[in-house]
Design a protein around this ligand. Sequence first.
Ligand SMILES: NC(=O)c1ccc[n+]([C@@H]2O[C@H](COP(=O)([O-])OP(=O)(O)OC[C@H]3O[C@@H](n4cnc5c(N)ncnc54)[C@H](OP(=O)(O)O)[C@@H]3O)[C@@H](O)[C@H]2O)c1
Length: 301
Amino acid sequence: MRITIVGGGYVGSALASHWQQQQPPEGQARHWLRVTTTRSERLAELAPLADAVQQLDAADPDQLRAALDQSEAAVLCLAPGGSRQVEADGYEATYLRSMEAVAAVVPQLPRLQQLVYTSSCSVYGAATGLVDETTPPQPLEPHARILREAEERLLACRSPRRRVAILRLGAIYGPGRDLEPRFRSLAGSRRAGIGASLISWIHRDDVVAALAWAVEQGFDGLINLVDDEPISVRELIDRSCQAAGLQPVIWEGDAGPAAEPAPPRRLSNRRLRELGLQLQHPRLPILSAPLSPETGPLPPA
Ligand SMILES: NC(=O)c1ccc[n+]([C@@H]2O[C@H](COP(=O)([O-])OP(=O)(O)OC[C@H]3O[C@@H](n4cnc5c(N)ncnc54)[C@H](OP(=O)(O)O)[C@@H]3O)[C@@H](O)[C@H]2O)c1
């Protein structure tokens, strides 16, 4: 199959590497891969991972058309700034303008039969309780609203000849993106609230496996891509500090809604299980360590 990966970043380059190293089933050829980057200085780094590397701003329809030309599947895993914080304008420029460009060029690309996009569970926003793929998105903040609009642009590209697969990811961790260092700076600090909101995570290698599966199965539909055990903000921070041998955070208790802005919700990954996808990392490694009694009782999950 000819595949273009738009956004050869953390996930995109790992996906390309997976396909490069994979031994194709007997009698079948390896996939032909094109990977993109916005930066000329990354072209050489990505070259060993693909048959072609292209510098591209996906919001430019001409560049995008060239990148998708002759491809049967496109994996859209672009993001404005990796794990760094980005303003909503940056989100709009990256996700929305790029999906608009996709919608503009697909009618001119008859070979392109599938679009696969890595969205985010943040689109569920105000949804509460157990959230699965049938739960209507209720994005709360501007970033999530933009991600939802980007999904809508992409879904409008669905046709009898073109499948659209949307994977809504939890927060990604993995090699080079470890959890603990992100929270260590909070050691010993006082925090309002009880840290009860739940965060769902997914390991990079499980994202790669799910994307490869979606492309190879020609999947058309929506999947929440999160692991089995969401973790409360409090447990995550407490365990991270403990793992680093640092002072625990002092939780100040109920300080009103502003202290706990996220609604209580738990993301379900039942559909991915039903589809037969096995997670290599069903829970965060940090959850396996015993929790020190000094961290005190945790809020109910
Ligand atoms: N990180 C998370 O926790 C998380 C959570 C939920 C969903 N996701 C989604 O998962 C996907 C993969 O994330 P990641 O962590 O691999 O992102 P990443 O490491 O930041 O990589 C993003 C890639 O997109 C490229 N890019 C940026 N702007 C672009 C544009 N205008 N046109 C074309 N390409 C552009 C970047 O180009 P350069 O090579 O020039 O940098 C880079 O290759 C993204 O779609 C993200 O929204 C991530």
